[in-house]
Design a protein around this ligand. Structure first.
Ligand code: SAH
Ligand code: SF4
Length: 368
């Protein structure tokens, strides 16, 4: 950092951001600003247990300390910019980060639980041509705090009764990294966010799932961690030519090696892998595709999740429903557990990253 003539730094140091720090880190920080160490734990409890991210509401802290937190820190690295609820209760949140970037996250109402879907990056550079996030390019990685805040803001909204018309459940019990971005290309912050969610928020590790487009070194690294993480792999095809087109990273990390890594992962962790398979009309939904999939997945402890393509600004189309159920039938007959993921969200804003694209379009129109 350079100093200007009056000896003040010409780049002001950024304010500390509290969501994203562990209790130990918060304790060290409060001590560094002259407060008693136990204040760190109090702040952690407000943020991670009570989902309160406005310092003014942290009622057991002194007024002076609350004011200091408000003026000299960012407790929260993001705030809700927009909420869109659809007919089945699925709710999308646009979160604005401190630098003005926007990420999307979603709460999904299921029979017995509530699931949160979070983003790991602003945009994504894997570039799958049927994905709104992929089509909009890559902006930057998220920090651990920027991931955790998505959960905290959604949980706070749910606690306030946001979904009371749809479910008696008021606690988000499951979390999936299936929003914007490729989590295994932002490895450390994603793992730190999971540690925070697990240890500070107290969300069970078994209720957290990382979804990857198939970053083999990331899968191998994950396998060597002490904890066993739930893994979902976005497969979409086992045919190299087709997968090269659908998931361009396949040119680097080919499907044969990917399935080998998946098998090792399942054996090593004893966790069942989920294979996600987005159904694209005329591309990957034939009987031959089902048979190739059956052959390739034989012997891997797995579950297959078929996803109907959600229309985005791309040339792909969703197959008719009966084509999906027939594909499911073939896989089930071959002995695989198969589920079909419902199309959550309103028809034109249902796919991952799409709401953010709409928001940016709106902003560009306002500027024009
Ligand atoms: N980058 C990670 C996680 C985010 S995407 C990954 O690719 O796994 C989560 C899932 O949604 C992936 O399986 C992805 O292929 C799928 N998806 C993306 N766009 C979609 C669309 N328009 N319709 C249906 N599924 C889509
Ligand atoms: Fe990235 Fe996943 Fe979208 Fe592919 S599907 S572009 S990996 S977010």
């Amino acid at each position: 950092m350079s100093l200007s003539q009056n000896n003040t730094p010409d780049v002001l140091p950024a304010l500390p951001v509290l969501v994203g720090m562990t209790t130990a880190e918060l304790t060290a920080w409060v001590e560094s600003v002259g407060e008693k160490p136990f204040r760190g734990k109090q702040i952690a409890q407000w943020m991670y247990q009570k989902h309160v991210t406005d310092a003014a509401d942290m009622s057991d802290l002194s007024k002076a300390f609350r004011l200091m937190l408000t003026e000299k820190t960012h407790v929260s690295p993001g705030k809700i910019k927009e909420t869109v609820k659809s007919a089945d209760g699925t709710t999308k949140f646009l979160i604005e980060l401190l630098d003005g970037e926007i990420v999307e996250c979603v709460t999904i109402v299921q029979k017995n639980h509530l699931t949160a879907c979070v983003s790991s990056q602003v945009g994504c550079n894997v570039g799958c041509p049927f994905c709104a996030t992929g089509l909009s390019g890559f902006r930057r990685n998220l920090s651990a705090g920027e991931i955790v805040i998505q959960y905290l803001l959604m949980q706070h909204a749910v606690s306030q009764g946001l979904l009371s018309d749809f479910t008696p459940h008021t606690r988000i019990s499951n979390l999936v990294f299936m929003g914007m971005g490729e989590p295994l290309l932002n490895y450390e912050p994603v793992l730190k966010s999971i540690a925070l969610l697990n240890k500070e928020v107290e969300l069970g590790l078994r209720h957290i799932t990382i979804s990857t487009s198939g970053i083999i070194p990331g899968i191998q690294r994950l396998m060597d961690e002490k904890a066993d993480y739930n893994l979902a792999i976005s497969l979409h095809s086992v045919n190299t030519e087709v997968r090269n087109r659908l998931v361009p990273i396949n040119r680097k990390y080919g499907v044969t090696d990917l399935l080998q890594a998946a098998k090792l992962y399942a054996n090593r962790t004893k966790r069942r892998i989920t294979f996600e398979y987005t159904m694209l009309k005329g591309t990957n939904t034939s009987d031959a595709d089902a048979n190739a999939l059956i052959k390739a997945l034989r012997g891997i402890h797995c579950h297959i999740n078929l996803i109907a393509y959600n229309p985005v600004n791309s040339p792909f189309q969703a197959p008719p429903r009966k084509e999906i159920t027939h594909f499911q039938y073939l896989l089930t007959e071959a002995g695989f557990p198969v589920t079909i993921r419902n199309n959550h969200g309103s028809a034109d804003m249902s796919a991952c990253g799409q709401l953010r694209v709409h928001q940016r379009e709106k902003e560009l129109k306002t500027l024009a």
